[in-house]
Ligand binder design. Structure first.
Ligand code: SAM
Ligand code: SF4
Length: 333
């Protein structure tokens, strides 16, 4: 079996795909309220193109596909995409990160199509705060979506929360209490400088240590030894078995164990969220002078090359760090 190994010995197994850069929310840390620089529709990979790239990536050694965005459930072909990934000769594990708004309608069809795991993003339990953070009034749909995800048997259901000082940083223990009661696995993510505007600010940034201290006032937290390639540091709550995760992308980057590659909705391969280089698989897919087998060979070579050239880590904590010009929604969080 082939493996995607970079020059630092990291084996790449996980491909994260932004299915669209569009979203029905406007989370302050992700995109500005009046953002309008969307990728034109004809530049997005079609369903067939997407499945071809995934098939080649799986052949190269990828065994988990995470569908994300933007909001992945805005793609009309989302059930077809999951179905066709699951029908590949060697079907990879299929997971999704979503804001949950459309889950009530579609969770059942997604599970029947082969979706195995889901992460739902929710930063607050309070409707007014939700509106302040996302600029939309949809918290009820997120709760309904979560209930449906549970009903149709998606497990585990993980909750992703980003805390912003002065907005929801006081809510960490409340979110954890709720997640424990509902049986969800909560993970806090440090805010990264990936917004399309200038929302990232040292003053409003809430660190992993602060989150741990805040939770520690209500629960005892004991680090779980084995972390593997997972970005979250997991803590046993009050002796376990339930856990909470904290993803310290800024204060304690986990690049040394990274096993991820990324594909944007317009067909650009990236080896890191913060990569300064992208490679277009779409140009190969749409090159009329190439046969299907030549296209596959070239795309496979691009995937191996992207992994081979992956840097040791990102440079967020250095003075020379420059934010990627594309927002999180385009790159795929
Ligand atoms: N729309 C879907 C959602 O919100 O789950 C999927 C895409 S979203 C970009 C994926 C994840 O990235 C979400 O959990 C979101 O909270 C997180 N995210 C977005 N912007 C971020 C930032 N600047 N720093 C850290 N996490 C961020
Ligand atoms: Fe949309 Fe997800 Fe970004 Fe929020 S974090 S604006 S839900 S893409």
């Amino acid at each position: 079996m082939t493996q995607l190994i970079d020059s630092f010995g990291r084996v790449h197994r996980d491909l994260r795909i932004s299915l669209t850069d569009k979203c029905n929310l406007r989370c302050s840390y992700c995109m500005p309220e009046f953002f309008n620089q969307w990728i034109p529709s004809k530049e997005h990979l079609t369903t067939d193109e997407l499945i071809t790239v995934i098939d080649i990536a799986v052949e190269a050694g990828i065994d988990e596909i995470r569908l994300t965005g933007g909001e992945p459930l805005l793609r009309n072909d989302i059930v077809e995409i999951v179905t066709r990934i699951n029908q590949l000769e060697k079907p990879p594990a299929i997971s999704m990160t979503t804001n949950g708004i459309a889950l009530k309608r579609i969770a059942s069809a997604l599970v029947n199509a082969g979706l195995q795991r889901i992460n739902v993003s929710l930063d607050t339990l309070d409707a007014a705060r939700f509106k302040e953070i996302t600029k939309r009034d949809n918290i009820a749909q997120v709760f309904e979506g979560l209930a449906e995800a549970k009903r149709v048997g998606l497990s585990p259901i993980k909750i992703n929360s980003v805390l912003v000082r002065g907005v929801n940083d006081d809510e960490a223990p409340k979110l954890l209490k709720w997640a424990l009661e509902e049986g969800y696995r909560l993970r806090f993510i440090e805010q990264m400088p990936l917004d399309a505007g200038n929302a990232w600010d040292r003053e409003t940034f809430v660190s992993a240590i602060e989150i741990r201290e805040s939770l520690g006032q209500h629960y005892s937290l004991e680090p779980v030894a084995q972390r593997g390639s997972a970005p979250a540091e997991e803590f046993l709550i009050d002796g376990g078995p339930q856990t909470v995760g904290i993803i310290a992308s800024i204060t304690a980057p986990f690049c040394g164990a990274c096993d991820r590659l990324r594909l944007t909705s317009d067909g650009q391969l990236r080896s890191c969220l913060f990569a300064t280089r992208e490679t277009s698989v779409r140009d190969v897919l749409r090159n009329a002078e190439l046969s299907e087998s030549e296209k596959r060979a070239r795309i496979s070579a691009l995937i191996f090359d992207s992994v081979a050239k992956k840097e040791a880590g990102h440079a967020i904590n250095t003075p020379t760090f420059t934010k990627p010009v594309r927002p999180m929604s385009a790159i795929g969080g």
